[in-house]
Design a protein around this ligand. Structure first.
Ligand SMILES: [Zn+2]
Ligand SMILES: [Zn+2]
Length: 84
């Protein structure tokens, strides 16, 4: 297995904090391994093309304005804050 750092791959991993676990994609700033932009669709999923761009609203990126996945992440983060 290669050490892919895209959000889709990290989501399949969990990190133990001692007071619970959360998916690894919530624990770090995820940026594209090619261009280093967090809004690059490739940072969200390695199957997406690297656009070499940090423009908001890119198709395939969780930072896109109409992606329900971004909503889910925000809710998960809120739950994590309340758990503390
Ligand atoms: Zn990946
Ligand atoms: Zn990229």
């Amino acid at each position: 297995m290669s050490e892919c750092q895209c959000r889709a791959c990290l989501r399949g991993q969990t990190v133990d904090y001692g007071f619970g676990t959360m998916s690894a994609d919530m624990t770090r700033m995820i940026v594209c391994g090619k261009c280093g932009n967090k809004r690059c669709p490739h940072a969200t999923d390695h199957r997406n093309e690297c656009t070499n761009s940090n423009e908001p609203g890119q198709s395939g990126s969780v930072y896109g304005p109409i992606d329900p996945e971004a909503d889910r992440d925000t809710k998960t983060r809120d739950m994590f804050e309340e758990a503390r």
